[in-house]
Design a protein around this ligand. Structure first.
Ligand SMILES: [Cu+2]
Length: 259
């Protein structure tokens, strides 16, 4: 009798052991590769606006040395629409629980000819931004949360200084500004786990993802328009949205609200 119990007990033990041995292999399976694509082109509605000009001049109290190499007049990066209506610098993303987008780690925000490059960054919470001074002038880097007056970072960056780092910890929108060159600013859009892309100079975006086919919500944000959404049906390989209309009504209602 006792030996029979021992026999069954050892069977149960062996079965449990083999089940446990399988589990880690399933957990360690790599996330699905980002091989699907959602593409489209953000398009301006109506007559294409002329680019705004930015005058480069030294801040009161600063000499001409403070703008050496900055150029004379610049095109504002805030609203760039190409002649055929493509809108640059629109952040496009899909977010959701369980998404495993590739991490970016450290993302570079350069300062060249007294402009932040790129003008818009989209990163994940947990990434960090390396801020570089490639100029022959001193910059003063400040980072603010959108709509908040107090800065989260405020550091001088001399010529040839080492990169500064800012950790993108919390999802939200942040503005990097320079305290010396008041026209300089860049947007850092910190997303929760999400697949994201930014529209290029012709308004086109390619959002690589590993979303399950079916219905999803695509989010858009532009500094002049704010945020808007569009329901999409994701296909297996390529989902081509064609023209995505830049929201005119959002533009009109939010034009005053930028920090
Ligand atoms: Cu500067």
């Amino acid at each position: 009798m006792n030996s029979k119990i021992l026999f069954y007990a050892s069977l149960v033990f062996l079965a449990a052991g083999s089940a446990q041995a399988e589990r880690p292999a399933r957990e360690e399976a790599p996330p699905r590769a980002s091989t699907q694509e959602i593409r489209g082109r953000v398009v301006w509605q109506g007559p294409v606006p002329a680019p705004e000009r930015v005058e480069v001049k030294a801040k009161p109290g600063q000499g001409p040395d403070s703008i050496q190499g900055c150029g004379h007049e610049k095109e504002s990066p805030e609203l760039r629409v190409d002649p055929s209506g493509g809108v640059e610098n629109v952040v496009v993303w899909v977010e959701g629980d369980g998404l495993v987008p590739p991490a970016q780690g450290t993302v570079l925000l350069d300062q060249k000819a007294c402009e932040f490059l790129p003008h818009v960054l989209a990163v994940r919470a947990g990434d960090r931004i390396a801020i570089r001074n490639s100029d022959q002038v001193v910059h003063s880097v400040r980072v603010f949360q959108e709509g908040k007056p107090s800065y989260l970072m405020n550091q001088w960056q001399k010529v040839k200084a080492r990169d500064l780092y800012w950790n993108a910890e919390t999802p939200g929108r942040y503005v990097a500004r320079c305290g010396v060159h008041l026209w300089m600013h860049a947007w850092i859009v910190v997303l929760p786990p999400a697949f994201s892309a930014i529209s290029d100079a012709s308004g086109e975006f390619r959002l690589l993802n590993s979303l399950p086919p079916g219905k999803h919500r695509l989010h858009f944000w532009h500094e002049k328009a704010g945020e808007w959404e569009q329901a999409i049906e994701v296909a297996k390989d390529v989902t081509d949205l064609g023209a995505v209309r830049f929201p005119k009504h959002v533009l009109q209602s939010q034009q005053k609200g930028n920090p």
